[in-house]
Design a binder for this molecule. Sequence first.
Ligand SMILES: Nc1nc2c(ncn2[C@@H]2O[C@H](COP(=O)(O)OP(=O)(O)O)[C@@H](O)[C@H]2O)c(=O)[nH]1
Ligand SMILES: [Mg+2]
Length: 321
Amino acid sequence: MGDIAAKGAHELFQGIVQGSRPHLSRAISHVENGARGAAELLSHAYKARKGALITGITGSPGVGKSTLVDGIVRELRKAGHTVGVLAVDPSSPFTGGAILGDRVRMGQGHALDEGVFFRSLATRGHLGGLSRHTGDVIALLDAFGFDHIVVETVGAGQSEVDIMRYAHTVVVVLAPGLGDDMQAIKAGILEIGDIFCVNKADLPGAERTRRDIEMMLDMKEPAGWRPPVTQAIAVNGQGLPELVSEIFRHQSYLVASDTLKEKNRWSYKAVLEEYLRLLTVGKVLELASRDGGLDAALDDLMQGKAGPMEVALKLLQKYWA
Ligand SMILES: Nc1nc2c(ncn2[C@@H]2O[C@H](COP(=O)(O)OP(=O)(O)O)[C@@H](O)[C@H]2O)c(=O)[nH]1
Ligand SMILES: [Mg+2]
């Protein structure tokens, strides 16, 4: 866990706005490791955000998200846009490190392209699939000046809801023949998708899956935006131009309907919630575990001397000022 002094933070920030990728990489590492000085760096970065369009890609493991992201990046590059890609990986419960597969495999085809930047974040066991630092790293990428930011996240319950708060456009990826996916849809994925993509359309059942989603969308109250259901074969790039054109169409819709601002405000609320949690819960837990206060509180609970509300209030009074 390195420290960056105020001067270091400023220098890193200068490097970022001047387009230095090594500076960007280092800044992300500092943020990920919670280095001292990261708060100052981030404060610069948030103020210098340039307004990248942010697309979230979510869905069950194995549906082809990473492969699709690769194709999306290719299409965005063809259209002349620069892209920052953030893959939020499930962390191993033993080491807390990101699973290496995606880190190595993703982005290989773009290794020499200056207009693309790939990075994975470990989730570090944070509840939901998103790293606690996702919002901060998005701000760094935005300050760097990418036109688009694409975030891939594991589709595991709460994470879909979390990513929705940082993304302007959420693409829910499904694959044919996965009963689980239909379960997931019932569990709320339907609510968060701005675009649905049935990937692996080379496998049997894709059309059926597409129709199932359309039917479920039919049952919803019509709102301003009807999520399109696209099909793709990510491994050979089929359907990718259509998917990317739907992403563009959704982003134009957000601007035209004036909901982009609303979305940005909502995503700042998510960021603020993270910071408030860090300053309150994080601070109390850290201080109380240093001087035995946490152990004492747990003893009280274990021995039935006090209820959780009492104990929590006491901890707040003692450690949070
Ligand atoms: N048949 C088929 N396989 C695909 C397709 N897209 C991805 N895959 C494969 O599905 C597996 C999982 O892909 P990956 O992109 O890692 O999925 P993720 O876990 O959702 O990121 C890999 O072996 C891919 O090669 C597709 O369109 N058709
Ligand atoms: Mg993946």
